[in-house]
Design a protein around this ligand. Structure first.
Ligand code: UMA
Length: 439
């Protein structure tokens, strides 16, 4: 990187981490954000706020933050000048050293699976780093890694779009369903971006793929790594599957066995996350006894079907991380008890109609908040009672008044949070505070 000048577009979590990382390497950095930059930065980092300027065109390399769209005029100019564009993931992974670099992507389940895989690998007692889209930019930890480390990364399609040499030893694609289409343009483009996770892998590496997902099956045809399949619905010859009777069956390497699945994670989708995580752990040398031990005590992650409180027999569940329709569909399918569902926020342009049949079966009431209320009302009215309540505070108050013993009050928005919050974590924490205050 010696002598290079690097432009970073977007001064969010990943952009700021990349800027500090590059400064530590002695690289000249220009950090550009359309908004005022509030992060505290070494004075040696040049910054600009407001429209991304042509100063970026004087750079030798651009780091594009995941939320920066490709159609911006500056991105077009950068492409015309043929300046290299990397994601922060590509940059940091070039400096990360590891025995196992595990990368996990998918539309849903990434965070739970990444966290669980981290727990599995912890049992190997080697230096472990869990990072990436999960909230800890790889740049923050890359220089601490050693050849004995295990790095477990949650990666998004945005990050994969701008890789060149990113090379996980173990990778996984959990599922591919419509999301971020406003960015990628089509399902094909979105699936291709996800498929880039294995593009630098070789037959010495392993890629874990969902045998029940048509997009994963299609991508498998061009996967250069050994494919380890997982399935919740069918037997697989090479991989791991659920037998439908509470057991996980292993058919991978020397493993030809089955064990009873004991888990606190609710819902069929979590069986899939567990299968993928088990496959990655087996491929990485974690013992079966350690896998079973970890599974029995793992309680899931914050903001993902997180039980907040049981009050007067009503369970309050925080699923703020459900920022797309499919994620909410999965949440609705996870409960057998009657649901009062709080949904809404900043829509992503995808239809809400895939929720209809589950709402009919599982929900007794919908409380709608946020900017996309008109679209949600238009598409989901007339199935069960639906009320426009605007804000989360009102939604929680209202839910607590109408909920009866045995009900579940579920915040699972199917939308991004940016119309009312900085991110889904802030929305989830607000929900938890409101629930904890209920008398
Ligand atoms: N910005 C510009 N110009 C633009 C657009 C944005 O300057 O045209 C600026 C904004 O003003 C803001 C910054 O860019 O200051 C925001 O950057 P960002 O949205 O790219 O996000 P980061 O804060 O860098 O966080 C990113 C991931 N965000 C996204 O992918 C949108 C985080 O994933 C990730 O945890 C973090 O890097 C560390 O790796 C979050 C996410 O929502 C959880 N991911 C998506 C998802 O899971 O569905 C992909």
């Amino acid at each position: 990187m010696n002598g290079l000048r690097v432009g970073i577009i977007g001064a969010g979590r990943s952009g700021v981490a990349a800027a500090k990382f590059l400064r530590r390497l002695g690289v000249r950095v220009l950090l550009s954000d359309r908004q005022r930059i509030t992060a505290s930065l070494p004075s040696s980092i040049q910054t600009e706020s407001g429209p991304h300027s042509d100063r970026l065109l004087d750079c030798d390399l651009i780091i594009r933050s995941p939320g920066v769209p490709n159609h911006l005029p500056i991105m077009k100019k950068i492409a015309l000048r043929r300046i290299r564009v990397w994601s922060e993931l590509e940059l940091a992974s070039r400096f990360a050293r590891a025995e196992h670099l595990v990368a996990i992507t998918g539309t849903n389940g990434k965070t739970t699976t990444t966290t669980l895989v981290g727990e599995f690998f912890k049992t190997l007692r080697r230096p472990l780093f869990v990072a990436g889209n999960i909230g800890m930019p790889l740049s923050e930890v890359a220089l601490k890694t050693t050849p004995r480390s295990t790095i477990v990364l949650e990666v998004s399609s945005y990050q994969l779009e701008n890789i060149e040499s990113f090379h996980p030893t173990l990778s996984a694609i959990l599922n591919i369903t419509p999301d971020h289409l406003e960015h990628h343009g089509s399902m094909k483009a979105y699936a291709s971006a996800k498929g880039r996770i294995f593009e630098n892998q070789t037959k010495d590496d392993v890629c874990v793929l969902n045998a029940d997902d048509p997009w994963c099956r299609r991508l498998a045809r061009r996967c250069p790594a050994r494919v380890c399949w997982f399935s919740r619905r069918q037997k697989v010859r090479k991989g791991v599957y659920y037998d439908g009777h509470g057991n996980i069956v292993l058919r991978w390497g020397n493993y030809r066995s089955r064990f009873a699945l004991r888990t606190h994670l609710p819902g069929p989708h979590n069986i899939e996350n567990i299968l993928a995580a088990v496959a990655l752990a087996l491929a990485g040398g974690v013992s079966l006894s350690a896998i079973r031990r970890v599974l029995a005590r793992f309680h899931g992650v914050e903001h993902r079907l997180e039980l907040v409180r049981i009050l007067h027999g009503v369970r309050y569940v925080n699923d703020s991380k459900a920022t797309n329709v499919d994620s909410t569909r999965v949440a609705l399918a996870s409960f057998a008890d009657p649901l009062i569902v709080i949904l809404g926020g900043e829509g992503k342009g995808a239809p809400y109609s895939p929720l209809k049949s589950l709402i009919r079966k599982r929900a007794k009431r919908l409380l709608v908040i946020g900017e996309d209320t008109p679209a949600i009302v238009r598409e989901l009215k007339g199935i069960v009672p639906l009320e426009k309540v605007g804000h989360l505070a009102k939604a929680v108050q209202h839910a607590s008044r109408v909920a009866e013993h045995g009900d579940v009050v579920l915040l699972s928005p199917a939308c991004a949070s940016f119309d009312q919050y900085n991110n889904y974590e802030e929305r989830g924490r607000h929900f938890k505070r409101l629930v904890k205050k209920l008398a």
